[in-house]
Design a binder for this molecule. Structure first.
Ligand code: NAI
Ligand code: A1CAB
Length: 273
């Protein structure tokens, strides 16, 4: 992978996940800078991963080759305006990981000739198990595309989307998705505790079932999830009884509605931020 100076603007959950994955995959920490107003946030990251840190975004971004915009969407316009006032973006690659902020918005904020790639990662990047969707507008060079892909491959798997709207699909299917699984796992743990297990045992059972199911699916790439599900489901047995409840409660419909709500919110954010 090309080695470029990378500056993260924002030092929160997602910046940390990417920095952690990068450093543990061997990317030189000395080439990474994190910027955030909170001394506590950025110093914690610097101490943990050996990266540089700065309280002033523009100063931190000044000599960067790559600027990763990792602040909340509602702060993005203000942060970009401040950067644009002093930083020359020509020759720099900008990567935005924000939900709901379009490339056209970045052109308006940072200049029409901007080299920008939108990336939608997720928090499992922290442990090298991320999934990132990437979108590059037509003017972005092969070298910048390759760098963006390599960067996110360092923390998980990637997929490119042809149209920018595809990023919102990635949000629904992967960016927000760890939270869906945690919701499910939390509910299962609570029920296992209600059935008499102590919390650590309940957590271990749920976690092992979840990671075991994911590992089984990974080990059998040709088997649809529905077949793997059938393999657990004895006719007239316990799994069938449980699945019948999910079906009666129209779980599939609920999941579809939830994912559509994530897309709708991203579209709404595109109009607001
Ligand atoms: N958390 C997630 O699972 C995912 C988040 N994202 C996107 O990543 C972005 C960041 O989200 P999180 O890391 O979850 O948020 P967060 O709240 O954990 O982190 C935001 C960071 O921005 C910093 N910050 C605040 N004002 C700033 C300023 N003026 N200049 C520089 N830094 C400033 C904060 O100190 C904090 O370190 C968002 O745009 C979100 O849409 C994308 C995919 C997944
Ligand atoms: O909840 C959010 O808006 C961000 C984007 C995907 C995951 N977290």
């Amino acid at each position: 992978m090309q080695q470029r100076k990378i500056t993260f603007i924002g030092a929160g959950n997602m910046a940390q996940a990417i920095v952690a994955g990068l450093v543990s995959s061997g990317y030189p920490a000395s080439l990474i800078t994190v910027c955030a107003p909170s001394e506590h946030h950025r110093a914690a990251l610097a101490a943990r991963y050996g990266v540089n840190h700065h309280g002033d975004n523009a100063a931190g971004a000044h000599d960067a080759d790559v600027i990763v915009l990792a602040v909340k969407p509602q702060l993005m316009a203000e942060v970009c305006r401040q950067l644009a006032a002093t930083v020359d973006f020509s020759g720099k690659l900008v990567l935005s990981i924000a939900a709901g902020v379009n490339v056209s918005r970045f052109y308006a904020l940072l200049g029409e000739n901007l080299a920008i790639v939108r990336i939608m990662p997720n928090t499992p990047s922290l442990v090298g198990k991320g999934l990132s969707g990437l979108f590059a507008p037509s003017g972005v060079s092969e070298s910048d595309r390759a760098f963006s892909a390599d960067l996110m491959c360092a923390v998980g798997k990637i997929c490119w989307v042809e149209d920018e709207s595809g990023i919102n699909g990635v949000i629904a299917a992967a960016g927000s998705a760890p939270a869906y699984f945690f919701l499910f796992m939390d509910a299962m743990q609570q029920q296992a505790v209600s059935m008499g297990f102590d919390e650590p045992t309940a957590r271990m059972m749920v976690l092992q079932a979840a990671s075991g199911a994911a590992a089984l699916a990974e080990a059998n790439p040709d088997q649809p999830f529905s077949v793997l599900r059938q393999n657990v489901t004895s006719k007239g047995g316990t799994t069938a009884a449980a699945l019948q409840v999910f079906e009666q409660q129209q779980l599939n419909h609920t999941i579809a509605e939830a994912m559509q709500a994530a897309v709708a919110r991203a579209e709404e954010m595109e109009k607001s931020f």
